[in-house]
Design a protein around this ligand. Structure first.
Ligand code: XIL
Length: 365
């Protein structure tokens, strides 16, 4: 097993870059502000507050069950972050469990929560190969029928939330690691054109939302990120309304951190696209030790610095903020403790690392 050890905090050259990126990021800060109400600004010493000074939103995925049941979770989700992403409740299986019957209740609750806390919402996600309703995956639909269903889904969902979503993950995880398109129900039945269609339908339904293509294992320069780069280049050339690239950032301390992330993000930036880190977490083999926690801090730090060094990186979102609630243990056998705070909401070295990066970027070391 390879482990990377966090060598120390940001070096001098990187520090200088961070400070200059503060100016750039501040001028490129999202114009979109919280819609209504009188939300209080985030406290200065929170990630969200520091991020605001550094010119970017700091977000978290929100687990709606935890939000309902756990007051400390709710307080932290409200106070620490300036944007939120629904972890599950905007996925197709949740919003349309039976064909033709929508249930927006949980997703609406999240949007209301965000509004009352002055947070922006990343909509996640309009098109994916997972968490589809059974009636869709088990149905024997022709290509025409499936295309009509997808069009209706995207149109209805984007319309329902029109004006309330900052960024939509329109297309999620369309690629394989080797850069070929994933063999999903969409590719198989509709062909590769489904991606451009999805963006066009979403744009028509909510013209002001920023539309993202989102994926994992695209942090560094590799076959997958290059294929995605080629695709968005082509889509832009065709006038397809794609605004941004979401880099999920699901890392493991068992692999090297993606130190070339800034170079990768720069090429998207140079195309005129926004970027965002959309689902950051850094899992460790259990039980966790202090070496793992240092390596984990390095992983988070590399991801955040990638964003801070990229002019139009708009937000840094973590996929959950406490080890109390995380998708990791049930998804990656033997791994866990992937978040910034421990199970009792105590800050881990990773939290400290992000705080220091943001302070540096905000020019108030
Ligand atoms: C995960 C959720 O965290 C889990 O609760 C759920 O069981 C499965 O999906 N990439 C994505 C997210 O885009 O939607 C996934 O979320 C994690 C991987």
């Amino acid at each position: 097993m390879r482990k990377t050890i966090r060598a120390g905090l940001v070096g001098t050259a990187a520090a200088a870059l961070l400070v200059s990126s503060f100016t750039l990021n501040a001028s490129a800060a999202p114009e979109h502000t919280a819609a209504r109400g009188k939300p209080k600004p985030p406290a200065a010493d929170t990630l969200g507050g520091l991020g605001q000074r550094a010119g970017l939103r700091i977000g978290t995925a929100v687990d709606m069950d935890a939000l309902a049941a756990d007051a400390p979770y709710r307080a932290r989700a409200a106070g620490e972050f300036t944007s939120v992403t629904p972890e599950n409740v905007m996925k197709w299986e949740v919003v349309e469990p039976r064909r033709g019957t929508y249930d927006w209740s949980a997703a609406d609750a999240l949007v209301d929560f965000a509004r009352s806390n002055g947070q922006l919402v990343r909509g996640h996600t309009l098109l994916w190969h997972n968490q589809l309703p059974g009636w869709l995956t088990d149905g024997d639909f022709t290509a025409d029928e499936l295309r009509a269903l997808l069009r209706k889904h995207i149109t209805d969902q984007a319309s329902h939330f029109k004006g309330r979503i900052w960024q939509w993950d329109v297309v999620n995880e369309a690629f394989n690691d080797d850069g070929t398109l994933r063999d999903s129900i969409w590719l198989r039945t509709l062909g590769p054109g489904y991606i451009a269609d999805a963006f066009r339908w979403a744009h028509r339904a909510d013209p002001r939302a920023k539309l993202y293509i989102n994926d994992y294992n695209i942090e560094g320069v590799n076959a997958k990120s290059t294929a995605l780069y080629d695709l968005v280049t082509e889509l832009r050339a065709q006038g397809v309304p794609v605004d941004g690239v979401g880099i999920q950032g699901h890392l493991s301390v068992q692999y090297n951190a993606p130190h070339d992330i800034a170079a990768n993000m720069k090429r998207f930036d140079d195309l005129g696209l926004e970027t965002a880190i959309t689902e950051a977490d850094v899992r460790v083999p259990m039980p966790v030790d202090s070496t793992d926690q240092e390596a984990q801090a390095e992983g988070y730090d590399v991801l955040l610095r990638g964003c801070l060094l990229t002019r139009h990186c708009t937000d840094f979102t973590v996929w959950g903020f406490t080890d109390r609630y995380s998708w990791v243990p049930e998804t990656f056998e033997g791994e866990g403790a992937a978040n910034l705070l421990d199970e009792n909401y105590g800050p881990k070295p990773a939290y400290q690392a992000l705080t220091e990066d943001l302070k540096l970027a905000a020019g108030r070391k």
